[in-house]
Design a protein around this ligand. Sequence first.
Ligand code: C2E
Ligand code: CA
Ligand code: CA
Ligand code: CA
Length: 278
Amino acid sequence: SKARGRGVYTIFSPEMSESHKRKIMIANSIDTAIEENQFCLYYQPKVDGNGIQVGFEALIRWHHPEMGNIMPGEFILVAEQSGKITAITQWVIRRACEELHQITDRFSSRVRVAINLSVHDLRHSDLFDWIYSAFQEYNVNPRNIEFEVTESAYLDNFDSSEKLFKRLHNLGCKIALDDFGTGYSSLSYLTQITIDTLKIDRQFVTQIETSERCRLVTVSIIDLAKRLSLKICAEGVETESQWDYLRAQGCDTVQGYLFSKPVPLHELKDNHQDIPHD
Ligand code: C2E
Ligand code: CA
Ligand code: CA
Ligand code: CA
């Protein structure tokens, strides 16, 4: 039989599917994972048109002692559904701030570290305070931090998002709209929100060589960004020809396996040249 405790299943039943059991195990392991330091951050470089690493996206990794490596594509969703995402986000913010100095020391004081925020985080009125206190505790210059949020997360919480991102932007943080082009059909909101960068989703980049339509959509997104004075970052760049195409179209930065997979801090490669001024 199934027992519900505050809406979460706590007892396994024979008829429960394996995937459902796995979700419950994951949800129930998150608190311990934070307490026992099972999470870590990997970083994926964002490079400019000259191949210089100008930023790094922090991507969470989880090595569970029994279940092995669990990817964020799986556990972030579970964390969102079980109300545990905020604890994870608070951990990510603090760890990224703690590790930032190693990155600025090694690369440049102009480098930016990007932190992903989830839709549920934006519903917490304390989010700004958590971020701000992490900045203070770890002596972080907000100019070194960027936040990535999907367009649906932003727009589903429009008023609280706008208030939060205005405040963060005033501190000097940058805001990027993640997975752009995959969610909303309306573009009118782009004139109303506080953002600096559009991130072109990997699904467009992957098809650049094979689909004329994807090329047209990609060029249109870049053109739109330019007209709105936004920066443009393309994710999921895996081939030289994708990079050549995106650079030629005026894409500011790119990110993808062509340059590096997300890696632990100490495995980041050095820049061959200093990061230029904006
Ligand atoms: P995302 O924010 O869109 O991150 C990009 C994902 O694409 C990452 O997967 C990255 O490893 C992968 N990727 C980057 N370049 C390439 C490429 O060239 N080819 C391919 N095939 N993949 C590439 P990852 O790290 O597994 O993260 C998946 C998603 O989980 C992220 O998508 C993000 O939505 C979420 N996530 C990861 N870390 C965090 C976090 O700290 N907080 C929150 N809230 N979400 C996170
Ligand atoms: Ca992201
Ligand atoms: Ca993305
Ligand atoms: Ca994505």
